[in-house]
Design a protein around this ligand. Structure first.
Ligand SMILES: Cc1cc2nc3c(=O)[nH]c(=O)nc-3n(C[C@H](O)[C@H](O)[C@H](O)COP(=O)(O)OP(=O)(O)OC[C@H]3O[C@@H](n4cnc5c(N)ncnc54)[C@H](O)[C@@H]3O)c2cc1C
Ligand code: FES
Length: 293
């Protein structure tokens, strides 16, 4: 039935997001202490053809003998054939995942969630604000924009983390600093080593300190934020103070998830489910829905 429909339409049908797909780990990169980037390839070539996602979406990854975990996709949909996930080791399931190496077969289902509103961001400036592990889903957005650079106006990346040793994607982000089509400003909580100084070009403090350094027309700009939820209140306040319209600021929120598809209620926030209505929410929601942040 599926095959004949595909023949009729002359293109593969999208992947069934409810069915776990088998994937093999092809690469594991240690990015920082407790943080690894896993690269996966589909075992079934047709699953690979059908796969498509929006930056900001996530997958439910089955970790053998441990369970399922929601993880943001950190690769861009413009780079076909692989899926990359960056995972911090925090508990049992992520610990088991960290023990796996290339050749291990696992399964994932998705993509889930809404993702960033990339369609409406087109023809505008984009300001990307990442704190700590928040750079992972935003990496997908960064490469999506850079691979379709002509569709966007000016692009800024602000990235704040503890120190140089906790910086993720060090080489990649260093190379971004050299590019002319994206302006990168990096900041560290504390400058203690020459590497810290060099990385942040002497910038010490909080991510909010970078916002006044951005020279974009706020009304022409969409803002994508991902980081520790505690920072959202302060980032939101600083953005509003600098003239960025509330309706153009989007933040990524994490909630404990079980099903990922709006059925179990684990991720409910007021009348919204983070797994289907999010994980990307307009700043307005974070201020007006109870217990959002
Ligand atoms: C949409 C979404 C995207 C995510 N993307 C990533 C990602 O890209 N990389 C990554 O490393 N992690 C990500 N996470 C978090 C990840 O799912 C959890 O860290 C993981 O499920 C922990 O499993 P565990 O068994 O190792 O630890 P557990 O024993 O389940 O938890 C360890 C500790 O982490 C806390 N915790 C677990 N899950 C969450 C959560 N969702 N929100 C807040 N606190 C939590 C627990 O309360 C506990 O204190 C994401 C979560 C969501 C909901
Ligand atoms: S995770 Fe089940 S409803 Fe959202």
């Amino acid at each position: 039935m599926k095959k004949s429909l595909e023949k009729l339409l002359n293109k593969p049908l999208p992947a069934d997001p409810f069915l776990p797909q088998k994937v093999v780990i092809t690469d594991v990169e240690e990015l920082a202490p407790e943080h690894k980037k896993f690269t996966f390839s589909f075992l079934e070539p047709s699953s690979c053809e059908r796969w498509n996602h929006i930056p900001g979406q996530f997958v439910m990854l089955t970790v053998p003998k441990a369970g399922e975990i929601p993880i943001s996709i950190c690769s861009s949909p413009t780079r076909k054939g692989v899926i990359e996930l960056t995972v911090r080791k925090v508990g049992r399931k992520t610990e088991v995942l960290h023990s796996l190496g290339p050749g291990s077969v696992v399964a994932l289902r998705g993509p889930y969630g809404n993702g960033f509103p990339i369609g409406i961001m087109e023809n505008h400036n984009v300001l990307i604000i990442a704190g700590g592990l928040g750079i992972a889903p935003l990496r997908s957005l960064i490469w999506y924009i850079l691979d379709r650079r002509h569709l966007f106006k000016e692009v800024y990346l602000l990235y704040g983390t503890r120190n140089y040793s906790s910086v993720l994607y060090k080489d990649e982000l260093s190379r971004l600093k050299e590019r002319k089509d994206i302006k990168c400003l990096y900041i560290l909580d504390r400058l203690e080593t020459p590497e810290d100084e060099e990385w942040s070009q002497g910038r010490e403090g909080l991510i909010t300190d970078l916002i006044p350094e951005v020279s974009l027309e706020p009304k022409e700009t969409y803002v994508a934020v991902c980081g520790p939820p505690i920072a959202y209140k302060f980032i939101g306040k600083e953005l509003l103070k600098n003239g960025y319209p509330e309706s153009q600021i989007f933040v990524s929120l994490e909630r404990k998830m079980e099903c990922g598809i709006g059925k179990c209620g684990h991720c409910q926030i007021g009348y919204k489910f983070a797994c289907v209505d999010g994980p990307i929410f307009p700043l307005w929601d974070t201020k007006n829905l109870p217990e959002m942040i």
